[in-house]
Design a protein around this ligand. Structure first.
Ligand code: F6P
Length: 359
């Protein structure tokens, strides 16, 4: 008999249901008795005791369904130790609900912040298994996260669509791809979509270099240019600022522009006298059905998590390491970010075929 609690926390992505299904199928196929408590809207459900008793049937037919059947919400890690408006100690409340339900383990699906709280709960003595979710692919210790490939496909489709219209009108287009802190998604979708310029947070850009790259194309007779720009792309001047100054400057800019792409578009238009349009696929990148690659990845991750639960091995993230599913100690991963190295071979090779990174 196993009693597990399950929650999905943070920004959603396409393969959350597929991963939970993998866990539940892996368990029901190997043990006779299973109780599943689904906490609603992530840690909020665990804190306030909002849960549903689920059965294997609830996890059937959801392989292809985007979103999450138990809901999600953002519960910032840095506020976990701060009591809520009514003075409730959130960590204690989570522990009490865990013990009240006599859970063997909590299965926690989420990104970096979620993982930090999972590790905190581990330090507090709870049994946890973390499954790495995020379209950003920025979780340290795993080569891949589920949701990432599906988001690459959507962002690439967007760039593909923009390509044809940009070409017809001879325009310069910016496609803003999700990712405030890291540029994996922008890098991959940018290359897959044949972007001419790719700007990511890890490589601060120089607007002059961006304009040079556009002009170079124009001189070759190419009338349009596609830029794939991460939400967190940052100029060299901004990147050189102290943390406090940077925050001030960002707040100032936020009053004028909806995002970095609009500022960049204005600068390019002013410098080169060309038409620049911005397209933001936004949350479509997290929506819809998981792509086949993610369905397989999620099934592998979920099935492995089930094996850990059956063996009673807790305190791990289930990760992809060199294309194998492995367990990684939570303390070795939590609190670290997996960024794109500017020296990454993919970047070097992209540069070698003429893609500009604005540096
Ligand atoms: O972390 C996933 C992510 O989709 C980021 O890529 C994006 O910057 C952010 O979440 C958007 O968050 P929200 O859904 O809260 O607007």
């Amino acid at each position: 008999m196993k009693r597990i609690g399950m929650l999905t926390s943070g920004g959603d992505c396409q393969a959350l249901n597929a991963t939970m299904r993998g866990v539940v199928k892996g368990l029901t196929n190997n043990i006779d008795e299973l109780e599943i408590y689904g906490f609603e809207e992530g840690y909020k459900g665990l804190i306030y005791g909002n849960y549903r008793l689920l059965t294997a049937r609830d996890f059937s037919g959801i392989l292809t369904q985007g979103g999450t059947i138990i809901g999600s919400s953002r519960q910032p890690f840095k506020l976990m130790r701060t009591p809520d408006a009514n003075g409730l100690d959130k960590v204690e409340a989570m522990k009490q609900n865990y013990y009240k339900l006599r859970l063997d383990c909590l299965v926690i699906l989420g990104g970096n912040g979620t993982q930090k709280t999972a590790n905190l709960l581990r330090e507090e003595g709870l049994n946890v298994i973390h499954l790495p979710k995020t379209i950003d692919n920025d979780i340290y210790g795993t080569d891949l996260t589920f949701g990432y490939q599906s988001a690459i496909n959507i962002a690439t489709d967007c760039i593909d669509c923009i390509h044809t219209t940009a070409s017809s009108h001879g325009r310069c287009f910016i496609v803003e791809v999700m990712g405030h802190k890291v540029g994996w998604l922008t890098l991959m979708a940018g290359i897959a979509g044949g972007a001419d310029i790719i700007l990511i947070p890890e490589i601060p850009y120089d607007v002059e270099k961006v304009c040079e790259a556009i002009e170079k194309r124009n001189k070759k007779g190419k009338k349009f240019t596609i830029l794939a720009v991460a939400e967190g792309a940052i100029s060299k001047e901004m990147a050189a600022l102290e943390k406090k100054e940077l925050k001030k400057e960002q707040e100032k800019l936020a009053k004028k522009y909806p995002s970095v792409s609009y500022k960049l578009a204005e600068e390019i238009a002013a410098k080169l006298g060309v038409e620049v349009r911005v397209t933001v696929p936004g949350h479509t990148q997290r929506g819809g059905s998981p792509c086949p690659f993610d369905r397989v990845l999620s099934t592998r991750l979920g099935a492995y998590a089930a094996q850990l639960i059956i063996k009673g091995e807790y305190g791990y993230m289930v990760a992809v390491v060199n294309n194998e599913i492995k367990k990684v100690k939570l303390e070795d991963s939590a609190g670290k970010l997996k960024s794109v190295s500017p020296k990454d071979q993919t970047i070097m090779l992209a540069k070698s075929i003429g893609i500009s990174f604005g540096d």
